[in-house]
Design a protein around this ligand. Structure first.
Ligand code: NAD
Length: 355
């Protein structure tokens, strides 16, 4: 934090239950929210966890919808809403990563349903009022109060099954939210504090999780970091990093967490030149320069480093730079299309940033 000008802190609007075995509290949370039944949501891959939720809900489980998919396709949402209406439920319970949380949000904003979400990755959608959806391959993002979940249950035990490679990229995805939060035009001292404490938690605990994915204490610290970063993301605006990842995911089909992991050292290093004081603590936490330290941290934990390895072609660099600079948006450092092309090229090659 670099001095106290004026700021607005909107308060945190979501109830959070955090710990081990907290999944068992889902029935109690549903009742406390004033609902008698809920539709349970997941991806097909997490059917077992959805069934475990239904088991805890007992008679309050009105059914399962297990077709959540990456980037929240609107046709899937429409089928889910049909299932929701048929079930007679008034609440949805989503268990999974950002894809399932996205589906819960998409149902809630269209039907007025309340949401309880149970995140199992570190992507961090759960605390935000942001929803990205795709129709015919076009991804659009919006913010609205009706999108934000009412209750979030973090159960460390559910994250033990997250494979190590996804753990690392998902953690870098979370760190990206924290870093963009630090230089957001609407940042405040509370979100700054959360973002930096989160980065310390990731720096401390990620090596232990990579060594032993069942280390519950380390998993707990990492999930705590994810909660903090998600909260920061939920109350401030994002800038260049998110814009570039959105373009790479939306227009070129690159996978969400891997793209964030690869882009982060480059976008953070690029912006560090404009806001050295705001990002100095990041360099202190990770060592070296801002971008260089993050790149070293990513490499040490086996994260992908090159867009080329995700199938992104050098022939697409010009088009991606053009799409990313088509509309203006807030960023601490001014840029033009050639700056963005250079940044993307460095991420394509996977070079270590100097800044
Ligand atoms: P995801 O939800 O698609 O999960 C990836 C895969 O991992 C899925 O098959 C899932 O079932 C599986 N998985 C999840 N948790 C697991 C666990 N504990 N053990 C084993 N397998 C598990 O991926 P994600 O990275 O969490 O989310 C990406 C999506 O979230 C993107 O669509 C992105 O746009 C969105 N997102 C939105 C926001 C927001 O605020 N709106 C923030 C972050 C991410």
């Amino acid at each position: 934090m670099t001095g106290l000008g004026g700021f607005v802190f909107p308060g945190i609007q979501t109830r959070v239950v955090f710990g081990r075995g907290t999944l068992a509290s889902v029935g109690e949370e549903l009742l406390a929210l004033g609902h008698e039944s809920a539709l349970v949501l997941s991806t097909p891959h997490q059917l077992n966890q959805a069934e475990a939720v239904a088991g805890h809900l007992g008679k309050a489980a009105a059914g399962l919808f297990t077709q959540a998919a990456m980037h929240t396709p609107v046709d899937v949402t429409e089928s889910a809403i049909e299932a929701f209406r048929k079930s007679g439920a008034t609440c949805v319970v989503g268990i999974g990563g950002g894809s399932t949380v996205g589906l819960a949000k998409a149902i809630a904003t269209r039907t007025g349903a309340d949401q309880i979400v149970i995140p199992t990755t570190y992507a961090g959608s759960e605390m935000t009022d942001i929803l990205g959806e795709t129709t015919d391959g076009e991804k659009t993002t919006r913010r609205d109060a009706s999108i934000r979940p009412e209750v979030v249950i973090y159960d460390v035990d559910l994250t033990l099954s997250l494979p190590v490679d996804m753990t690392v990229t998902s953690a870098l995805n979370a760190i990206a939210h924290g870093i963009e939060g630090l230089y957001a035009a609407d940042a405040n001292p509370i979100t700054d504090m959360m973002a930096l404490d989160a980065m310390r938690a990731f720096k401390d605990a990620l090596p232990d999780v990579v060594r032993d994915m069942n280390d519950a204490e380390a998993r707990s610290k990492v999930l705590y970091g994810a909660w903090l970063c998600s909260t920061a993301l939920g109350y401030v605006s994002m800038a260049l990093h998110h814009k570039l990842c959105h373009v790479l995911g939306g227009s070129f089909g690159l996978p969400h967490a891997d793209t964030h992991a690869i882009m982060l050292p480059h976008t953070a290093g690029f912006n560090a030149v404009a806001v050295p004081d705001k990002l100095a603590p990041v360099a202190e936490i990770f060592g070296g320069s801002v971008g260089g330290g993050l790149w070293d941290f990513a490499k040490a934990h086996g994260a992908p480093l090159r867009l080329a390895d995700l199938g992104f072609s050098a022939d697409d660099l010009d088009r991606a730079a053009e799409i990313a600079t088509r509309n203006p948006y807030d960023n601490p450092r001014a840029f033009d299309r050639s700056d963005i092309r250079d940044l993307l090229e460095a991420a394509w090659e996977g070079t270590r940033p100097d800044n």
